[in-house]
Write a protein that binds this ligand. Structure first.
Ligand SMILES: Nc1ncnc2c1ncn2[C@@H]1O[C@H](COP(=O)(O)OP(=O)(O)OP(=O)(O)O)[C@@H](O)[C@H]1O
Length: 596
């Protein structure tokens, strides 16, 4: 239960709905008890009237007595009907308050978790799978909602109805109360166990279903590889095996489910039989009237559902507590990438990196080792190096996705940790190595970083990224949908849309992380020349495997295993005849980039 205390703040927030719910529960339960008493009175009246009615028939007063008798029964019938209608109305109101409250809380919780997720650093996303993140915001929140809605509703009902009914039953006849209620604890315990079994098996089904859908999703998204490697039959066999497992688990669940209702009915039946038997004996001994038996049978039926729900509610609360523990685990993770002073300044673009070292916290890999360089505002730095030499890590640190293990990064003479993170990132244009475009129109993808999208700016960015002509050649131009619901761009087109997205922000500092690998050298040159023009008075960092991308830069660093091994401009590095010159020779001779 303790993890669930965390959501008490929401119960407090929606206390109005909760209190109304409690009030309606009390009122609706009053309308449950009164009809049972009316039934007792009516039956006792019928029994007594019969004994009076017979002598009157002989005396000729039969018709009048019969009329009065029927009228009385009719009035009772109407009263019971009105009570049932009123009860229905209040049950409706209970759902309108408590279940609606649970939906409000569910909405608030999802927003809270999503907002928290977004604030967490990149390292959090490296450690936890997307599936896990999604499960906690959807499935786990739904389970907690079951606690806030149905569990609280039935729990409250139980808490209010039980004392009311039992105290009333005892006031009528304590001994019969004991007999009638004897099977109910057994009922509750059995439901608890059966329910746990159902939950356990449902969970297994859920797991097998999710692995089945992951399998199907992978098979279809990788359909090209699957067909090219002629693995269709193998894939179909694996699917059949996974389906078989799912079917087997579903049948297991059906067996337990089949036990559920007969179990309830059997135990309620036993209660009724005991009530009739014990009550009958008491009627024979003249201790109670016939009506009491009918009244007690009604009470047993009234108590059945709350008692059944006790087992159900207990297992809902247990599951909700487990889910809330998982949610709390993420909510308790703090973002360690925070700004020291929240400085909001318009950047000039002067960058100074000194003695920078970085070890990835999750893998312990030392990606950078004592790296120092300086870029004056408006200049271009080319970073070149083999695979895994630490190039992207420099980009990650400049964007403050991570903080350095040692050394510091100064922008305009101030440590980047002093700047407000959003102000810093808003002034940086980043083109990542793995292009990611949203399933949206091309225009919206390019305008992604803009608070106020402007078509002129979007078109200009597309032209500068050399993708304008490609876009307007599509029938719907900039309104072309991308992704699963739309067209698929070629690798080079994707990269250029991604560059346009970064340019549209008009950033002060631009970081291109190996984003020209899928375009030919001619397009690469066209983009770089256009970039040089638009990045005048702005700072750019061009990370690449290809010398052709880096050679236009004012300054070039060559990285190897996290260390700078050469530094200078194209001419000085060529004159040096070291690694850079060697790479240049190989790449220009073969026309191909050299993978490290
Ligand atoms: N998020 C991460 N968590 C742990 N280790 C990482 C992470 N990202 C990169 N690394 C490791 O850090 C080292 C440097 O990686 P980095 O991505 O900076 O190389 P790179 O020079 O950009 O390579 P490439 O040109 O192939 O992109 C590699 O050994 C890599 O395995």
């Amino acid at each position: 239960m303790k993890p669930l205390w965390r959501i008490n703040k929401y119960l407090y927030k929606y206390k109005g709905l909760l209190l109304l719910g409690i009030l309606f529960t009390v009122i609706s339960n009053i309308f449950v008890i009164i009809p049972a008493q009316l039934v007792r009175i009516a039956i006792d009246y019928v029994v007594e009237s019969f004994s009076l009615f017979r002598p009157l028939t002989k005396g000729g007063m039969g018709e009048i007595a019969r009329g009065i008798f029927l009228e009385f029964v009719f009035v009772f019938g109407i009263l019971i009907l009105v009570m049932a209608l009123l009860r229905g109305f209040f049950l409706f109101l209970i759902r309108q308050t408590i279940i609606i409250m649970s939906r409000h809380v569910e909405y608030d919780m999802k927003n809270e978790i999503f907002e928290h997720y977004q604030n967490l650093p990149l390292s959090f996303y490296r450690k936890n799978s997307t599936g896990d993140l999604m499960a906690r915001i959807s499935e786990d929140v739904s389970r907690v909602r079951m606690y806030l809605g149905p569990a609280i509703m039935y729990g409250l009902n139980l808490l209010i109805l039980f004392p009311l009914v039992i105290s009333y039953m005892i006031s009528v006849n304590a001994e019969l109360t004991l007999y009638s209620l004897l099977p109910l604890p057994v009922l509750s315990l059995s439901i608890y166990f059966v329910n746990n079994l159902i939950n356990e098996r449902s969970e297994k089904i859920q797991k097998s279903l999710s692995s089945l859908s992951t399998f199907v999703q992978e098979a279809f998204s990788g359909i090209r590889v699957l067909k090219a490697f002629v693995r269709e039959e193998d894939s179909a066999r694996q699917f059949a095996e996974a389906s078989e497992e799912y079917k087997h688990k579903s049948i297991e669940l059906t067996k337990v489910n089949a036990l559920f209702f007969p179990l309830i009915m059997a135990l309620v039946g036993i209660s009724t039989i005991i009530t009739v038997y014990a009550g009958g004996m008491m009627v024979i001994q003249g201790e109670i009237g016939y009506g009491v038996i009918a009244e007690f049978i009604l009470y047993v039926n009234i108590l059945t559902w709350p008692v059944t729900s006790l087992g159900w509610v207990t297992s809902i609360v247990q599951r909700a507590a487990a889910s809330q523990t998982r949610i709390n685990e993420f909510l308790d993770i703090q973002n360690d990438i925070v700004s020291q002073e929240n400085l909001e300044a318009i950047l000039e673009g002067d960058i100074e990196v000194s003695n920078l070292s970085f070890v990835y916290p999750d893998s312990g890999i030392r990606a950078l080792n004592d790296v120092s360089f300086q870029i004056k505002a408006g200049q271009t730095l080319g970073i070149i190096g083999t695979t895994g030499s630490g190039k992207s890590t420099i980009a990650n640190l400049l964007l403050r996705m991570y903080d350095p293990t040692m050394g510091e990064i100064l922008i305009d003479g101030k440590n980047i940790q002093r700047y407000s993170i959003s102000s810093l990132r808003k002034q940086m244009g980043f083109v990542p190595q793995d292009v990611f475009l949203f399933s949206d129109t091309i225009a919206n993808n390019i305008a992604f970083g803009l608070d106020h999208p402007d078509m002129a700016l979007i078109e200009k960015a597309a032209k500068d990224a050399d993708v304008y002509q490609n876009i307007i050649d599509f029938p719907k131009g900039f309104e072309t949908m991308l992704g699963e619901r739309g067209i698929t761009l070629s690798g080079g087109q994707k990269q250029r849309v991604s560059i346009a997205r970064a340019i549209a922000k008009e950033p002060k500092i631009m970081i291109l992380d190996d984003c020209l690998s899928a375009v030919d050298t001619k397009t690469e040159n066209a983009i770089l020349t256009a970039l040089k023009k638009i990045m005048e008075n702005r700072t750019s960092i061009i990370i690449s495997h290809r010398v052709s991308s880096a050679k236009l830069a004012d300054q070039i660093i060559v990285l190897d295993e996290g260390r700078i091994i050469e530094q200078g401009n194209h001419e000085s590095l060529m004159a040096k005849k070291g690694v850079y010159a060697d790479l240049f020779e190989k790449q220009t001779n073969s026309g191909e980039p050299i993978e490290g």
